[in-house]
Design a binder for this molecule. Structure first.
Ligand code: UGA
Length: 453
């Protein structure tokens, strides 16, 4: 099939590369000329494991353009533009609007399915429909009836394992009111649904994976699935973090509690890792959007609101824990291990490290932060945070009054903890992800504290 994707951010580029790998003729369109030029030269705009390798395999099926001409030939056009939060928390839809208009202007005479893959407010499908229709009718001077349909196809990719999640999803959700659009999307996804493609050597097919279910829904239901899924995942994390606070009070160990409840299959073990809580570009934005959508219908969403409150309080709890240890933060040096909002990505959007760093700087501490991958981005995008970004974990630890493990990068498990302890002014480490081998650190001379233990 011929497909086009508008927007080469995380979702657009990883999905485009995956579709091209599966054999679809894929065109990625972005108005950012520099980004498109770099992609043509094979340079990836962000760090994502295996993206470069799969890009190389898929290259014969991939094209990159800044113009919308390729939309004319496409059977399916995906809108994968950014919807960044505005100051009031609602998503900025200006890129979505211009993409929809440009699609309408350039669409050919054949039947086209226009798919929203960006996370957009519920009801956006109808809005995009009207924008595409108006633009198509004014470009062609004729009616648009039957020439296109709008669909919603939410993505569930996690940064850091986006290609794995694209090839081996738990399910594919497609929402459309036109059955023809569902048929087209079924054909597009067939290699994934039936797992008929040859798995790349670097991303082998999970042994337990069978056929992937396709959930076909109406437009609004698919849009709501995305928000409800992200809110539920963030809720699980906030729930375990709330229980972790109680665990600390009563002398329980949250890791044991999480295992004890998670093995109940109705609950499940995933997303019960207590610690500093969630960050990133999705959970904060989507829970906030869910609350504002509810408000438009005079509906309060107290569970989602509480989930956010618990999450952002975890960051302040790190500061409180350091105060408890050091009594005074003014003039202290604090090292942070990890800046990215999670391991295996260089994304620092809503990263807990930057928030915690800013709170500590505000209280007069000097903060040094290290990250194995995100340093370049942090220096470029968070230069005014007051946090100093350093090249090695040793530099974050040297002379520090405390170290905080913020991101659970596997590299940090392997540090030479004895020299870390010796180099610190006060060898105290707060493990914000309950991730490090406590006994080993204590043996190396560190006083070790975790969250919820
Ligand atoms: C999330 C969802 O997991 C994806 O399904 C969804 O497609 C994506 O948002 C999106 O909407 O685009 P992502 O934000 O990339 O993916 O990363 P997650 O792996 O979900 O982690 C989010 C945050 O939760 C991270 O800060 C992570 O450290 C934290 N987390 C995760 C915990 O604190 N505890 C856990 O048990 C799991």
């Amino acid at each position: 099939m011929h497909i086009a994707l508008i927007g080469t951010g995380y979702v657009g580029l990883t999905s485009g590369v995956a579709f091209a790998f599966l054999g679809h003729r894929t065109t990625c369109i972005d108005t950012n000329t520099a980004r498109i030029d770099r992609l043509k030269d094979g340079a990836m705009p962000f760090f994502e494991p295996w993206l470069k390798e799969m890009f190389t395999l898929a290259r014969p099926n991939l094209q990159f353009f800044t113009s919308y001409e390729a939309v004319r030939e496409a059977d399916v056009v995906f809108i994968t533009v950014g919807t960044p939060p505005l100051p009031d928390g609602s998503p900025d839809l200006k890129y979505l609007c211009s993409a929809a208009r440009a699609i309408g202007t350039h669409m050919g005479s054949g039947y086209t399915v226009v798919v929203n893959k960006s996370t957009v407010p519920i009801g956006s499908g109808n809005w995009v429909d009207s924008l595409v229709r108006e633009a198509f009718e004014s470009a062609t001077g004729g009616p648009s009836n039957g020439s296109f349909a709008i669909a919603s196809n939410p993505e569930f990719l996690r940064e850091g394992s986006a290609l794995h999640d694209s090839l081996y999803p738990d399910r594919v959700v497609v929402g459309a009111d036109d059955p023809r659009a569902l048929d087209v999307l079924y054909t597009l996804y067939r290699p994934i649904l039936e797992q008929t493609f040859a798995a790349p050597s670097f991303l082998p097919r999970p042994e337990t994976l069978g056929a992937v279910p396709l959930i076909a829904t109406g437009l609004q239901s698919a849009e709501l699935v995305k928000y409800a899924a992200n809110a539920f995942l963030s809720l699980k994390i906030s729930y375990i973090n709330e229980i972790a606070q109680l665990a600390e009070k009563v002398g329980a160990d949250i890791a044991q509690v999480a295992k004890g409840i998670g093995l109940d299959r109705r609950i499940g073990t995933q997303f019960l890792q207590a610690g500093i809580g969630w960050g990133g570009s999705c959970f904060g934005k989507d829970t906030s959007a869910l609350i504002s959508t509810g408000a438009e219908y005079s509906l309060e969403m107290p569970i989602v609101a509480a989930c956010r409150q618990v999450n952002y309080r975890q960051r302040e709890r790190v500061v409180e824990r350091l105060l408890q240890e050091l009594k005074i933060l003014k003039g202290r040096t604090i090292g942070l291990l990890g800046v990215a909002f999670k391991p295996n990505t260089d994304d620092i959007r809503d990263a807990p490290a930057l928030d915690i760093g800013a709170r500590l700087v505000q209280r007069g501490a000097s903060v040094r932060a290290h990250d194995p991958i995100a340093l370049q981005r942090a220096r470029a995008e968070a230069a005014d945070s007051g946090v100093q970004f350093v090249d090695t974990p040793a530099l974050a630890a040297c002379g520090a009054d405390a170290l905080v493990l913020v991101t659970d990068w596997p590299d940090y498990r392997e540090l030479d903890w004895r020299s870390v302890a010796l180099s610190m002014r006060n060898p105290f480490l707060l493990d914000g992800r309950n991730f490090l081998p406590a006994a080993q650190l204590e043996e190396a001379g560190l006083r070790y504290a975790a969250m919820g233990r």
